[in-house]
Design a protein around this ligand. Structure first.
Ligand code: N01
Length: 532
Protein backbone atom coordinates (compact mmCIF):
# COMPACT_ATOMS: atom_id res chain seq x y z
CA UNK A 1 0.00 0.00 0.00
CA UNK A 2 1.31 3.42 -0.90
CA UNK A 3 1.50 5.91 1.93
CA UNK A 4 1.26 9.61 1.18
CA UNK A 5 4.52 10.78 2.65
CA UNK A 6 4.44 14.54 2.47
CA UNK A 7 1.78 16.08 4.64
CA UNK A 8 -0.26 14.54 7.39
CA UNK A 9 -3.72 15.91 8.03
CA UNK A 10 -3.22 17.39 11.47
CA UNK A 11 -6.57 16.14 12.70
CA UNK A 12 -5.46 12.54 12.26
CA UNK A 13 -2.65 12.83 14.78
CA UNK A 14 -3.16 10.98 18.06
CA UNK A 15 -4.01 13.23 21.01
CA UNK A 16 -1.69 13.12 24.00
CA UNK A 17 -3.00 13.22 27.56
CA UNK A 18 -3.40 16.73 28.98
CA UNK A 19 -3.61 18.31 25.56
CA UNK A 20 -6.14 20.91 24.72
CA UNK A 21 -9.02 20.19 22.36
CA UNK A 22 -7.94 21.00 18.84
CA UNK A 23 -11.01 22.16 17.00
CA UNK A 24 -13.03 25.23 17.69
CA UNK A 25 -16.73 25.52 16.92
CA UNK A 26 -17.46 27.11 13.55
CA UNK A 27 -18.92 30.19 15.20
CA UNK A 28 -16.08 30.68 17.71
CA UNK A 29 -14.80 34.25 17.65
CA UNK A 30 -11.22 34.92 16.65
CA UNK A 31 -9.05 34.58 19.76
CA UNK A 32 -6.47 37.32 20.21
CA UNK A 33 -3.00 36.79 21.63
CA UNK A 34 0.02 39.05 21.91
CA UNK A 35 2.40 36.59 20.28
CA UNK A 36 1.48 33.57 18.21
CA UNK A 37 4.31 31.07 17.77
CA UNK A 38 4.00 28.55 14.96
CA UNK A 39 5.87 25.30 15.61
CA UNK A 40 7.16 23.68 18.77
CA UNK A 41 10.50 22.19 17.85
CA UNK A 42 13.69 23.40 19.49
CA UNK A 43 13.03 26.92 18.14
CA UNK A 44 9.36 27.39 19.04
CA UNK A 45 9.59 25.58 22.36
CA UNK A 46 12.63 27.62 23.31
CA UNK A 47 10.82 30.84 22.37
CA UNK A 48 7.81 29.84 24.44
CA UNK A 49 9.92 29.08 27.50
CA UNK A 50 11.82 32.34 27.25
CA UNK A 51 8.57 34.31 26.87
CA UNK A 52 7.21 32.65 30.00
CA UNK A 53 10.44 33.30 31.89
CA UNK A 54 10.15 36.92 30.82
CA UNK A 55 6.71 37.12 32.40
CA UNK A 56 4.96 37.42 29.02
CA UNK A 57 2.02 35.11 29.33
CA UNK A 58 0.10 36.54 26.42
CA UNK A 59 1.27 34.01 23.86
CA UNK A 60 0.19 30.77 22.28
CA UNK A 61 2.00 28.06 20.35
CA UNK A 62 0.23 26.26 17.54
CA UNK A 63 1.81 22.98 16.52
CA UNK A 64 0.59 20.65 13.79
CA UNK A 65 2.06 17.56 15.46
CA UNK A 66 0.70 15.82 18.50
CA UNK A 67 3.50 16.92 20.82
CA UNK A 68 6.62 19.08 20.99
CA UNK A 69 9.81 18.11 19.18
CA UNK A 70 9.50 19.22 15.54
CA UNK A 71 11.98 17.40 13.38
CA UNK A 72 13.05 15.23 16.35
CA UNK A 73 9.45 14.12 16.79
CA UNK A 74 8.98 13.46 13.07
CA UNK A 75 12.25 11.72 12.16
CA UNK A 76 11.82 8.35 13.81
CA UNK A 77 13.62 6.35 11.13
CA UNK A 78 15.88 3.49 12.27
CA UNK A 79 19.30 4.79 13.24
CA UNK A 80 18.18 8.44 13.62
CA UNK A 81 20.68 10.31 15.73
CA UNK A 82 22.19 13.75 15.94
CA UNK A 83 25.55 14.41 14.33
CA UNK A 84 26.28 17.33 16.66
CA UNK A 85 27.26 16.33 20.22
CA UNK A 86 24.35 16.67 22.63
CA UNK A 87 26.25 18.73 25.19
CA UNK A 88 26.11 21.45 22.55
CA UNK A 89 22.90 20.36 20.82
CA UNK A 90 20.70 21.36 23.77
CA UNK A 91 19.42 24.56 25.35
CA UNK A 92 22.00 26.70 27.13
CA UNK A 93 19.50 27.15 29.95
CA UNK A 94 18.81 23.43 30.27
CA UNK A 95 21.96 21.35 30.12
CA UNK A 96 21.32 17.65 30.48
CA UNK A 97 23.91 15.64 32.41
CA UNK A 98 22.11 12.41 31.55
CA UNK A 99 22.99 12.21 27.84
CA UNK A 100 23.99 8.59 27.32
CA UNK A 101 26.54 9.21 24.57
CA UNK A 102 28.20 11.94 22.51
CA UNK A 103 25.78 11.80 19.56
CA UNK A 104 22.38 11.14 21.08
CA UNK A 105 19.80 9.00 19.34
CA UNK A 106 16.54 10.61 18.26
CA UNK A 107 14.50 9.05 21.08
CA UNK A 108 16.78 10.57 23.72
CA UNK A 109 16.57 14.03 22.15
CA UNK A 110 12.79 13.76 21.89
CA UNK A 111 12.61 12.66 25.56
CA UNK A 112 14.78 15.65 26.46
CA UNK A 113 12.41 18.04 24.67
CA UNK A 114 9.36 16.45 26.30
CA UNK A 115 11.08 16.76 29.67
CA UNK A 116 11.96 20.41 29.10
CA UNK A 117 8.36 21.22 28.08
CA UNK A 118 7.09 19.48 31.23
CA UNK A 119 9.63 21.14 33.51
CA UNK A 120 8.76 24.63 32.31
CA UNK A 121 5.10 23.75 32.49
CA UNK A 122 4.08 25.31 29.23
CA UNK A 123 1.77 22.54 27.98
CA UNK A 124 -1.29 24.76 28.43
CA UNK A 125 0.31 27.34 26.13
CA UNK A 126 0.21 24.86 23.26
CA UNK A 127 -2.47 23.87 20.80
CA UNK A 128 -1.35 20.58 19.32
CA UNK A 129 -2.73 18.92 16.19
CA UNK A 130 -3.34 22.43 14.95
CA UNK A 131 -2.07 23.34 11.52
CA UNK A 132 -1.91 26.87 10.18
CA UNK A 133 -3.89 27.15 6.97
CA UNK A 134 -3.45 30.90 6.38
CA UNK A 135 -1.78 33.85 8.08
CA UNK A 136 -2.52 37.29 6.67
CA UNK A 137 -1.57 40.76 7.83
CA UNK A 138 -4.55 43.02 8.57
CA UNK A 139 -3.19 46.52 8.02
CA UNK A 140 -6.32 48.20 9.35
CA UNK A 141 -6.22 46.37 12.66
CA UNK A 142 -2.41 46.13 12.85
CA UNK A 143 -2.48 42.43 13.56
CA UNK A 144 -2.03 39.03 12.04
CA UNK A 145 -5.14 37.01 11.30
CA UNK A 146 -4.23 33.37 11.54
CA UNK A 147 -6.54 30.57 10.45
CA UNK A 148 -5.79 27.10 11.71
CA UNK A 149 -7.41 23.70 11.75
CA UNK A 150 -8.06 24.36 15.45
CA UNK A 151 -9.75 27.76 15.19
CA UNK A 152 -9.09 31.35 14.17
CA UNK A 153 -6.67 33.64 15.94
CA UNK A 154 -5.31 37.13 15.75
CA UNK A 155 -1.92 38.18 17.06
CA UNK A 156 0.08 41.38 17.47
CA UNK A 157 3.24 39.51 16.56
CA UNK A 158 3.62 36.31 14.57
CA UNK A 159 6.69 34.15 15.20
CA UNK A 160 7.36 31.48 12.59
CA UNK A 161 9.44 28.71 14.13
CA UNK A 162 8.64 25.96 11.66
CA UNK A 163 12.26 25.26 10.70
CA UNK A 164 13.75 24.44 7.34
CA UNK A 165 13.56 20.66 7.47
CA UNK A 166 9.85 20.15 8.05
CA UNK A 167 8.42 19.50 4.59
CA UNK A 168 9.64 16.25 3.02
CA UNK A 169 10.63 16.49 -0.65
CA UNK A 170 9.55 13.59 -2.80
CA UNK A 171 11.64 12.65 -5.81
CA UNK A 172 10.04 13.49 -9.12
CA UNK A 173 10.53 10.04 -10.61
CA UNK A 174 8.36 8.74 -13.42
CA UNK A 175 5.87 6.13 -12.23
CA UNK A 176 6.58 6.39 -8.49
CA UNK A 177 2.89 6.88 -7.75
CA UNK A 178 2.14 3.53 -9.42
CA UNK A 179 4.36 1.57 -7.02
CA UNK A 180 2.29 -1.16 -5.35
CA UNK A 181 4.50 -1.80 -2.32
CA UNK A 182 5.22 0.39 0.69
CA UNK A 183 6.77 3.74 -0.13
CA UNK A 184 7.48 6.35 2.49
CA UNK A 185 9.78 9.27 3.22
CA UNK A 186 12.56 8.98 5.80
CA UNK A 187 10.92 11.73 7.86
CA UNK A 188 7.56 9.92 7.85
CA UNK A 189 8.79 6.43 8.63
CA UNK A 190 6.00 3.90 8.46
CA UNK A 191 6.59 1.72 11.50
CA UNK A 192 3.70 -0.53 10.49
CA UNK A 193 5.61 -1.60 7.39
CA UNK A 194 7.43 -4.82 8.17
CA UNK A 195 10.66 -4.76 6.18
CA UNK A 196 11.96 -8.05 7.60
CA UNK A 197 13.16 -10.26 4.79
CA UNK A 198 11.81 -7.85 2.15
CA UNK A 199 13.52 -6.44 -0.93
CA UNK A 200 13.99 -2.80 -0.03
CA UNK A 201 15.28 0.21 -1.97
CA UNK A 202 16.63 3.35 -0.32
CA UNK A 203 16.77 6.38 -2.60
CA UNK A 204 19.31 9.00 -1.52
CA UNK A 205 22.67 9.02 0.23
CA UNK A 206 22.40 12.10 2.45
CA UNK A 207 22.54 12.48 6.24
CA UNK A 208 19.31 10.49 6.75
CA UNK A 209 20.10 7.62 4.34
CA UNK A 210 23.55 6.99 5.77
CA UNK A 211 21.93 6.38 9.15
CA UNK A 212 19.02 4.31 7.80
CA UNK A 213 20.96 1.90 5.59
CA UNK A 214 23.25 0.41 8.28
CA UNK A 215 20.30 0.28 10.72
CA UNK A 216 18.03 -1.79 8.45
CA UNK A 217 20.60 -3.73 6.41
CA UNK A 218 20.61 -6.81 8.63
CA UNK A 219 16.85 -6.92 8.84
CA UNK A 220 15.90 -6.85 5.17
CA UNK A 221 16.20 -9.63 2.61
CA UNK A 222 17.90 -7.48 -0.02
CA UNK A 223 18.80 -3.80 -0.10
CA UNK A 224 19.42 -1.57 -3.12
CA UNK A 225 20.90 1.84 -2.29
CA UNK A 226 20.37 4.42 -5.03
CA UNK A 227 23.14 7.01 -5.02
CA UNK A 228 22.89 10.08 -7.24
CA UNK A 229 25.86 11.91 -5.73
CA UNK A 230 28.43 10.32 -3.44
CA UNK A 231 28.73 12.09 -0.06
CA UNK A 232 31.94 12.80 1.85
CA UNK A 233 31.95 10.82 5.08
CA UNK A 234 34.26 11.18 8.07
CA UNK A 235 34.73 8.71 10.95
CA UNK A 236 32.14 9.09 13.70
CA UNK A 237 33.87 9.63 17.03
CA UNK A 238 30.98 8.53 19.16
CA UNK A 239 31.21 7.03 22.62
CA UNK A 240 29.09 6.14 25.63
CA UNK A 241 29.29 8.47 28.59
CA UNK A 242 30.14 6.23 31.55
CA UNK A 243 28.16 6.73 34.75
CA UNK A 244 31.11 8.38 36.50
CA UNK A 245 31.36 11.00 33.74
CA UNK A 246 27.64 11.69 33.90
CA UNK A 247 27.87 12.14 37.67
CA UNK A 248 30.66 14.66 37.15
CA UNK A 249 28.46 16.60 34.72
CA UNK A 250 25.66 16.50 37.26
CA UNK A 251 27.53 17.38 40.44
CA UNK A 252 30.75 19.20 39.57
CA UNK A 253 29.89 22.84 39.05
CA UNK A 254 30.87 24.06 35.61
CA UNK A 255 32.07 20.67 34.32
CA UNK A 256 29.36 20.23 31.72
CA UNK A 257 29.51 23.85 30.66
CA UNK A 258 33.23 23.43 30.13
CA UNK A 259 32.64 20.34 27.98
CA UNK A 260 30.05 22.29 26.01
CA UNK A 261 32.43 25.21 25.51
CA UNK A 262 35.18 22.89 24.30
CA UNK A 263 32.84 21.33 21.74
CA UNK A 264 31.58 24.76 20.70
CA UNK A 265 35.03 26.21 20.02
CA UNK A 266 36.28 23.03 18.37
CA UNK A 267 33.37 23.16 15.96
CA UNK A 268 33.63 26.90 15.44
CA UNK A 269 37.14 26.43 14.08
CA UNK A 270 35.59 24.64 11.04
CA UNK A 271 34.13 27.99 9.96
CA UNK A 272 37.58 29.09 8.86
CA UNK A 273 37.51 26.41 6.17
CA UNK A 274 33.80 26.60 5.31
CA UNK A 275 33.42 30.34 5.06
CA UNK A 276 36.81 31.95 4.67
CA UNK A 277 39.55 29.71 3.33
CA UNK A 278 38.17 26.53 1.70
CA UNK A 279 41.67 25.19 1.10
CA UNK A 280 41.88 24.43 4.82
CA UNK A 281 39.27 21.74 4.24
CA UNK A 282 41.60 19.74 2.02
CA UNK A 283 43.09 18.21 5.19
CA UNK A 284 39.60 16.98 6.11
CA UNK A 285 39.17 15.66 2.58
CA UNK A 286 42.36 13.63 2.95
CA UNK A 287 41.00 12.14 6.18
CA UNK A 288 37.73 11.24 4.47
CA UNK A 289 39.63 9.67 1.57
CA UNK A 290 41.61 7.60 4.08
CA UNK A 291 38.32 6.57 5.71
CA UNK A 292 37.20 5.15 2.36
CA UNK A 293 40.55 3.42 1.82
CA UNK A 294 40.47 1.93 5.31
CA UNK A 295 36.93 0.61 5.07
CA UNK A 296 36.75 -0.47 1.41
CA UNK A 297 39.27 -2.68 -0.33
CA UNK A 298 37.55 -2.99 -3.72
CA UNK A 299 39.01 -0.21 -5.93
CA UNK A 300 35.87 -0.06 -8.06
CA UNK A 301 33.62 0.49 -5.07
CA UNK A 302 36.09 3.00 -3.68
CA UNK A 303 35.84 4.98 -6.91
CA UNK A 304 32.05 4.87 -6.89
CA UNK A 305 31.78 6.23 -3.34
CA UNK A 306 34.41 8.94 -3.81
CA UNK A 307 32.80 12.35 -4.45
CA UNK A 308 34.00 14.51 -7.33
CA UNK A 309 33.43 17.77 -5.43
CA UNK A 310 35.31 19.36 -2.57
CA UNK A 311 34.50 18.32 0.98
CA UNK A 312 32.30 20.79 2.84
CA UNK A 313 30.33 21.87 -0.24
CA UNK A 314 27.49 19.69 1.07
CA UNK A 315 27.06 18.66 4.69
CA UNK A 316 29.99 16.56 5.89
CA UNK A 317 28.54 13.28 7.08
CA UNK A 318 29.89 11.04 9.83
CA UNK A 319 29.58 7.27 9.94
CA UNK A 320 31.59 4.18 10.78
CA UNK A 321 29.06 1.72 9.46
CA UNK A 322 27.97 3.15 6.10
CA UNK A 323 30.77 1.71 3.96
CA UNK A 324 30.67 -1.68 5.75
CA UNK A 325 26.89 -1.80 5.16
CA UNK A 326 27.36 -1.17 1.42
CA UNK A 327 29.70 -4.16 1.23
CA UNK A 328 27.30 -6.67 2.73
CA UNK A 329 26.50 -9.60 0.45
CA UNK A 330 22.83 -8.66 0.03
CA UNK A 331 23.35 -4.87 -0.33
CA UNK A 332 23.93 -3.25 -3.74
CA UNK A 333 25.00 0.31 -4.36
CA UNK A 334 23.28 1.46 -7.53
CA UNK A 335 24.81 4.48 -9.22
CA UNK A 336 23.02 4.36 -12.56
CA UNK A 337 20.30 7.00 -12.43
CA UNK A 338 16.71 5.94 -11.89
CA UNK A 339 14.67 6.00 -15.12
CA UNK A 340 11.30 4.96 -13.72
CA UNK A 341 9.45 3.16 -11.00
CA UNK A 342 7.09 0.35 -11.96
CA UNK A 343 4.40 -1.21 -9.73
CA UNK A 344 6.92 -3.73 -8.36
CA UNK A 345 10.36 -2.53 -9.48
CA UNK A 346 12.82 0.28 -10.05
CA UNK A 347 14.33 0.60 -13.51
CA UNK A 348 17.67 2.35 -13.99
CA UNK A 349 18.80 4.21 -17.10
CA UNK A 350 20.87 1.25 -18.27
CA UNK A 351 17.63 -0.75 -18.49
CA UNK A 352 18.21 -2.94 -15.41
CA UNK A 353 14.99 -3.85 -13.62
CA UNK A 354 15.32 -4.43 -9.86
CA UNK A 355 12.23 -5.82 -8.16
CA UNK A 356 11.44 -4.36 -4.75
CA UNK A 357 8.77 -4.71 -2.08
CA UNK A 358 9.33 -1.35 -0.39
CA UNK A 359 10.94 2.00 -1.21
CA UNK A 360 12.33 4.43 1.36
CA UNK A 361 12.76 7.90 -0.11
CA UNK A 362 15.49 9.67 1.87
CA UNK A 363 15.49 12.57 -0.54
CA UNK A 364 15.55 15.54 1.80
CA UNK A 365 13.22 18.48 2.32
CA UNK A 366 11.64 21.49 0.64
CA UNK A 367 13.99 24.05 2.10
CA UNK A 368 14.14 27.00 -0.30
CA UNK A 369 10.64 26.28 -1.62
CA UNK A 370 8.81 25.27 1.53
CA UNK A 371 5.01 25.16 1.07
CA UNK A 372 4.72 26.88 4.46
CA UNK A 373 5.70 30.16 2.75
CA UNK A 374 2.55 29.98 0.64
CA UNK A 375 0.46 30.37 3.78
CA UNK A 376 1.88 33.72 4.91
CA UNK A 377 0.31 36.72 3.14
CA UNK A 378 1.01 40.44 3.27
CA UNK A 379 -1.71 43.09 3.51
CA UNK A 380 -2.28 42.93 -0.24
CA UNK A 381 -2.71 39.15 -0.23
CA UNK A 382 0.72 38.40 -1.71
CA UNK A 383 2.31 35.29 -0.28
CA UNK A 384 5.84 35.10 1.03
CA UNK A 385 6.37 32.23 -1.43
CA UNK A 386 5.47 34.47 -4.35
CA UNK A 387 7.77 37.27 -3.12
CA UNK A 388 10.65 34.86 -2.58
CA UNK A 389 10.10 33.07 -5.88
CA UNK A 390 11.20 36.30 -7.53
CA UNK A 391 14.04 37.48 -5.28
CA UNK A 392 14.92 34.29 -3.37
CA UNK A 393 14.54 33.80 0.38
CA UNK A 394 15.75 36.90 2.17
CA UNK A 395 15.20 38.11 5.68
CA UNK A 396 16.94 40.84 7.62
CA UNK A 397 19.21 39.06 10.09
CA UNK A 398 17.34 35.91 9.10
CA UNK A 399 14.35 37.21 11.03
CA UNK A 400 12.23 39.87 9.32
CA UNK A 401 10.91 40.56 5.81
CA UNK A 402 9.88 43.96 4.39
CA UNK A 403 6.16 44.13 3.75
CA UNK A 404 5.41 41.51 6.42
CA UNK A 405 5.19 43.68 9.55
CA UNK A 406 5.27 42.22 13.03
CA UNK A 407 6.44 38.85 11.79
CA UNK A 408 9.69 37.24 12.90
CA UNK A 409 11.38 34.00 12.04
CA UNK A 410 13.26 31.96 14.56
CA UNK A 411 15.88 30.36 12.33
CA UNK A 412 14.77 31.85 9.03
CA UNK A 413 16.76 32.30 5.79
CA UNK A 414 20.58 32.06 5.97
CA UNK A 415 20.71 30.85 9.54
CA UNK A 416 21.52 27.19 8.84
CA UNK A 417 24.84 25.63 9.81
CA UNK A 418 27.00 22.87 8.44
CA UNK A 419 29.24 22.63 11.46
CA UNK A 420 27.54 23.38 14.75
CA UNK A 421 24.34 23.41 16.75
CA UNK A 422 21.17 24.92 15.34
CA UNK A 423 19.95 25.26 18.90
CA UNK A 424 22.57 27.97 19.40
CA UNK A 425 21.23 29.81 16.34
CA UNK A 426 17.64 29.41 17.56
CA UNK A 427 18.55 30.83 20.96
CA UNK A 428 20.23 33.80 19.27
CA UNK A 429 17.06 34.52 17.32
CA UNK A 430 14.96 34.13 20.44
CA UNK A 431 17.08 36.88 22.02
CA UNK A 432 16.22 39.04 19.00
CA UNK A 433 12.49 38.34 19.35
CA UNK A 434 12.50 39.11 23.06
CA UNK A 435 14.47 42.28 22.52
CA UNK A 436 11.98 43.33 19.82
CA UNK A 437 9.06 42.78 22.18
CA UNK A 438 10.84 44.86 24.82
CA UNK A 439 11.32 47.70 22.37
CA UNK A 440 7.70 47.59 21.25
CA UNK A 441 6.55 47.85 24.82
CA UNK A 442 9.07 50.49 25.80
CA UNK A 443 8.26 52.79 22.88
CA UNK A 444 4.54 52.05 22.51
CA UNK A 445 5.05 50.69 19.01
CA UNK A 446 2.15 49.10 17.19
CA UNK A 447 3.94 47.89 14.05
CA UNK A 448 7.47 47.32 12.87
CA UNK A 449 8.47 46.56 9.30
CA UNK A 450 12.07 46.24 8.27
CA UNK A 451 13.14 48.97 5.88
CA UNK A 452 13.62 47.69 2.36
CA UNK A 453 17.06 49.30 2.11
CA UNK A 454 18.16 47.71 5.40
CA UNK A 455 17.14 44.29 4.14
CA UNK A 456 18.76 44.88 0.73
CA UNK A 457 22.02 46.08 2.24
CA UNK A 458 22.11 43.21 4.75
CA UNK A 459 21.45 40.63 2.06
CA UNK A 460 23.97 42.10 -0.38
CA UNK A 461 26.67 41.89 2.31
CA UNK A 462 25.69 38.34 3.13
CA UNK A 463 25.67 37.19 -0.49
CA UNK A 464 29.00 38.90 -1.11
CA UNK A 465 30.53 36.94 1.81
CA UNK A 466 28.92 33.81 0.41
CA UNK A 467 31.06 34.03 -2.73
CA UNK A 468 34.19 32.95 -0.88
CA UNK A 469 32.60 29.99 0.89
CA UNK A 470 33.05 26.31 0.12
CA UNK A 471 29.29 26.07 -0.52
CA UNK A 472 29.75 28.31 -3.57
CA UNK A 473 33.23 27.28 -4.63
CA UNK A 474 33.15 23.56 -3.87
CA UNK A 475 31.74 22.37 -7.21
CA UNK A 476 28.56 20.68 -6.02
CA UNK A 477 24.80 21.13 -6.37
CA UNK A 478 23.13 21.17 -2.97
CA UNK A 479 19.91 22.07 -1.21
CA UNK A 480 21.78 25.05 0.26
CA UNK A 481 21.32 26.80 -3.09
CA UNK A 482 18.01 28.08 -4.46
CA UNK A 483 16.71 28.06 -8.02
CA UNK A 484 18.75 31.23 -8.73
CA UNK A 485 21.97 29.59 -7.53
CA UNK A 486 22.11 31.73 -4.37
CA UNK A 487 22.85 30.22 -0.99
CA UNK A 488 19.81 31.36 0.97
CA UNK A 489 20.08 28.77 3.70
CA UNK A 490 23.42 28.95 5.52
CA UNK A 491 25.06 31.49 7.79
CA UNK A 492 28.44 32.35 6.25
CA UNK A 493 30.42 33.17 9.36
CA UNK A 494 31.08 32.32 12.98
CA UNK A 495 28.02 31.66 15.12
CA UNK A 496 29.23 34.09 17.77
CA UNK A 497 28.97 36.94 15.24
CA UNK A 498 25.37 35.89 14.64
CA UNK A 499 24.82 35.88 18.40
CA UNK A 500 26.23 39.38 18.69
CA UNK A 501 24.22 40.65 15.71
CA UNK A 502 20.93 39.42 17.17
CA UNK A 503 21.52 40.40 20.78
CA UNK A 504 19.54 43.63 20.48
CA UNK A 505 16.62 44.59 18.29
CA UNK A 506 17.90 47.45 16.12
CA UNK A 507 14.89 49.67 15.86
CA UNK A 508 16.59 52.06 13.45
CA UNK A 509 16.41 49.41 10.71
CA UNK A 510 12.61 49.37 10.96
CA UNK A 511 9.70 51.54 9.94
CA UNK A 512 7.39 51.71 12.89
CA UNK A 513 4.00 53.08 13.80
CA UNK A 514 2.92 54.08 17.26
CA UNK A 515 0.05 52.57 19.18
CA UNK A 516 -3.18 54.58 19.08
CA UNK A 517 -2.62 55.93 22.59
CA UNK A 518 0.85 57.11 21.53
CA UNK A 519 -0.20 58.34 18.09
CA UNK A 520 0.49 61.99 18.96
CA UNK A 521 4.21 61.17 18.86
CA UNK A 522 6.01 61.66 15.56
CA UNK A 523 6.52 58.25 13.98
CA UNK A 524 10.11 58.79 12.98
CA UNK A 525 10.96 59.57 16.59
CA UNK A 526 9.64 56.17 17.44
CA UNK A 527 11.41 54.66 14.46
CA UNK A 528 14.76 55.94 15.55
CA UNK A 529 14.28 54.44 18.95
CA UNK A 530 14.46 57.69 20.91
CA UNK A 531 13.17 56.82 24.35
CA UNK A 532 9.79 58.29 25.21
O1 N01 B 1 18.44 14.92 2.83
P1 N01 B 1 19.59 15.44 1.81
P2 N01 B 1 18.61 14.22 4.22
N1 N01 B 1 16.73 10.79 -7.26
O2 N01 B 1 18.92 16.50 1.01
C1 N01 B 1 19.12 12.33 -3.06
C2 N01 B 1 19.64 17.22 8.39
N2 N01 B 1 19.85 15.93 9.02
O3 N01 B 1 17.24 13.97 4.76
O4 N01 B 1 23.04 14.68 -3.46
C3 N01 B 1 17.76 10.25 -6.60
O5 N01 B 1 20.81 15.76 2.51
C4 N01 B 1 20.17 13.39 -2.95
O6 N01 B 1 21.07 13.27 -4.04
P3 N01 B 1 21.96 14.57 -4.49
C5 N01 B 1 20.94 17.74 7.83
O7 N01 B 1 20.97 19.13 7.89
C6 N01 B 1 20.59 15.96 10.14
O8 N01 B 1 19.52 13.10 4.14
O9 N01 B 1 21.01 15.74 -4.47
N3 N01 B 1 18.28 10.75 -5.51
C7 N01 B 1 20.78 13.07 -1.59
O10 N01 B 1 21.66 12.00 -1.68
C8 N01 B 1 20.82 17.29 6.40
O11 N01 B 1 21.64 18.03 5.54
C9 N01 B 1 20.84 14.79 10.77
O12 N01 B 1 22.42 14.21 -5.84
C10 N01 B 1 17.75 11.90 -5.04
C11 N01 B 1 19.54 12.63 -0.80
O13 N01 B 1 18.57 12.22 -1.75
C12 N01 B 1 19.35 17.48 6.17
O14 N01 B 1 18.74 17.03 7.35
C13 N01 B 1 20.37 13.58 10.28
C14 N01 B 1 16.67 12.52 -5.68
C15 N01 B 1 18.94 13.77 -0.01
O15 N01 B 1 19.86 14.17 0.94
C16 N01 B 1 18.77 16.68 5.03
O16 N01 B 1 19.28 15.35 5.09
C17 N01 B 1 19.61 13.59 9.14
C18 N01 B 1 16.17 11.92 -6.84
N4 N01 B 1 15.15 12.47 -7.51
C19 N01 B 1 19.35 14.78 8.52
N5 N01 B 1 16.36 13.64 -4.98
C20 N01 B 1 21.63 14.86 12.00
O17 N01 B 1 22.34 13.97 12.32
C21 N01 B 1 17.22 13.71 -3.96
N6 N01 B 1 18.06 12.65 -4.00
C22 N01 B 1 21.56 16.10 12.83
Amino acid sequence: MTQAPTRRPAAKQARQPNQQPTSAPESAPRRHVGVLIVGSGFAGLGAAIRLSQDGRDDYLVVERGSEVGGTWRDNTYPGAACDVPSHLYSYSFELNPRWSRSFSPQSEIQDYLRGVAAKYNIGDKHLFNTEVTLARWDAAANRWLVDTTGGEFSADVLVSAVGALCEPALPDIKGIESFQGEVFHSARWNHDADLAGKRVAVIGTGASAIQIVPAIADRVGHLDVYQRTAPWIMPRHDRDYPRAERLIYKYVPGAQRLAREAIYWGRESFVLGFAFQPKILLAAQRMATKHIAKQISDPQLRARVTPDWQIGCKRILISNDWYPALQKEHVDLVTDGIAEVRPNAIVTRDGTVREVDAIVVATGFHVTDSPTYELIHDAGGRSLASLWSVRGMQAYKGATVSGFPNMMFVIGPNTGLGHSSMVYMAESHINYVLSALDELRRHGIATFDVRDEALREYNAGLQSRMKQTIWTKGGCASWYLDAHGNNTTLWPSFTFTFRAMTRRFDLAAYRTTAKADRADRPLETVAEGVPA
